[in-house]
Design a protein around this ligand. Sequence first.
Ligand code: F58
Length: 840
Amino acid sequence: MDSSSAGQEDDRERRGISERASLDKRALRRSFLDNLLYVQGKFPRLATKNDYYLALAHTVRDRLMQRWISTAAAYTTQCSRTVCYLSAEFLMGPHLGNNLINLGIYDVAAEVVGELGLDLEDLLYQEEEPGLGNGGLGRLAACFIDSLATLEVPALGYGIRYEYGIFHQTLSDGWQVEKTDKWLRFGNPWELARPEWAVEIKFGGHTEQYTDEHQRLRVRWVAARIVNGVPYDTPILGYHVNTANTLRLWKAEAPESFDFGQFNRGDYAGAVTQKIVSENLSKVLYPNDEQEAGKELRLQQQFFFVSCSLQDMLRILQIQRIPVEKFHEKFAVQLNDTHPSIGVAELMRLLVDEQLLAWDTAWDITCKSFGYTNHTLMPEALERWSLPLFQRVLPRHLEIIYEINARFLDQVRIRFFGDEARIARLSLIEEQGPRYVRMANLACVGSHAINGVADLHTELLKQDVLKDFYELCPEKFSNKTNGVTPRRWIVLANPRLTSLITETLGDGWIRDLDLLRGLESHIDDAAFVQRWQAVKRANKADLATHIERRLQISIDPDSLFDVQVKRIHEYKRQHLAALHIVALYCRIKANPNIEMVPRTFIFGGKAAPGYHMAKLMIKLITAIGDVVNFDPDVRGRLKVAFLPNFSVTNGQRIYPAADLSEQISTAGKEASGTGNMKFQMNGALTIGTMDGANIEIMEEVGKENFFQFGLLTPEVYAWQARGYRPQECYERSPALREVIDLIGSGYFARGDSSVFKPLIDVLLRYDPYFLLADFDSYVACQDEVSAVYKDKHRWARMAILNSARSGKFSSDRTIRQYCSEIWNVDKVPVRLLSQEDVEA
Ligand code: F58
């Protein structure tokens, strides 16, 4: 083809695209207005912002349906091997923006609503975020289902449709106050109820033995109570593919027949109570983070969603005419921590008691089906259920667990002859003192694969938390370092950066984040670096405006934005950052003219409602802000803002505006962290300990582009073994002494020295998370941060390198590893069915 005809071809193609685009745009506008009329029953002059949001949501949902049906059809006809991701939490965040991006119609939608005098961002903020998770673990599940869809892997996410998600946090006089999260108040346009696939879930009662027609001894579970599980499905669209997988969340309802029985006997109030008790099951998400609640309702929730999901898988097998013996060939079932680990016993019950398989066959299927991901090194977070409680709720499962345990310990006894201590540690039942069922042990025994979520974490599992299981079956263990989805955490959250990168590299990086390496060759391009700085400056100005509106604190967008957002916990050490702020404040008070890089400290995060020390940490931060922000000596060089109600939505405003990412947990405590990755992608530099995935981030970006400080894990262990005396650190460091004394004096509490006494006492006496040991190292490292920040050009180059080298931390990489190393699943590309295909 000569160049002129190639040019004509190009031209025709371009015209074709622009014609299609304008058609798309007209169609989008038509269906937006139709939905406003037919779904919301409003015409533009009467419509509220929420009406417009819902009209747009339905417009997008209509476009998802064809992909969703085509995906279901492809999986059903091909009987595809399917990942089932079992998680008590899915912290999805708002759907509309993400779906617009994945459909590739974000910009068109912005134009359409713009022409009607509306602002797309404004409409996006109307969506109540489904906050069905506490933090990292729930958000990881959300990133994973995004990546599974984008990689075209057949997958179902199974969880609970909590009526109340994670509480809404407000602050009153600097103290956290919790408000219920009524996220379903205005309806949820993204879900479809599927009552036709409801299942029955049994609770309590007793078991009976009987002989079947082949004279075999069998067990029947006679339950005291039955609850219905109704699935609510949400389509999860991949990025620029036809795949739309399903997130299936279960709602608990009272079975009709049950109410009526009592109603007919005249016990109307009893019937209603029964209904309320049943519906309580999926009422509320437990807000505990890294601390086991041990509540009966929580065990009921876990069993409820796991039994619903496993029964649903059996239904799918039946539809596809796959024999139950091939369960493990059809499904790879992943346990997101131990919350769904009762599934091991429940699958055994379904296979043995209901499908009538032999025990050994059932056990083989079970072990081949399950994989178990551990997310914590904190001993207090390891789930155990007291035996009497477990027996009351799940009598049949306790019998099954005893049988699993007896067979398992028989093997262990042969392998480790005479090692009774080891046998006691491996047992599924804790026998010293009050007896407990150990859920991590159940998960380990019933799974063919066990993984940690960062290199260090997996090593510590092998050496410590799960040492006995590692010594028994080393081949089951592997590492899968966490990742996050670049679609939400760059494309949606940071449109300015997205445009800059796409103009520089094309848009391939959105599906293949390793391509960001291409940015490295631009760090000497002055124009590029300048644009990079302008992007960050604009994001910071946006966040400054937001903070000023919310908190009435003025913020200088040219100050260093030093950010720590995550759940509030002593091991995450937000109070170490607070000590640093006070140290800087003391320097200013001692020498008001001291030269100092202006910093804005931004905090966000929720404390578990019953975790008093975490709540006191929030109070400390806000109290320091109340003094520092208004002390005239400070002259704006320090600002402290605690942004209430940290959530996915707020995260999307915060990560893109950060200069410095605080990842300062005690070494050996944070399993991985995922916020660290979101900051890095968005071009923040990290100040961090050698903990969790920080280590891998430093490996990727290079030591010279990372601010490292603090004790290493073996050093923490050594200090612990030696007998750590925090008082000595206090006495040795004048700066630390000044800070502790100032807080202890009540200076930040209007002279009331009792307010922060519990916190100061813990630090001086026990300091279980080594704040005082790490204080000097942290402050010195922060001084280096300030020194580097003065050189804006150097900082920008380091920031660009951080982004450029963040490819490893895409959840696409993580999911590829799960697919090939644990699940053994392949992608199944989906062909879009036409209207006629669908109707045929
Ligand atoms: C988190 N765990 C880890 N648990 O702390 C974090 O290091 C890791 O990056 C993340 O998992 C993902 O792997 C976590 O978020 C919880 O929220 C549980 C909720 C239910 C009760 C126990 C804690």
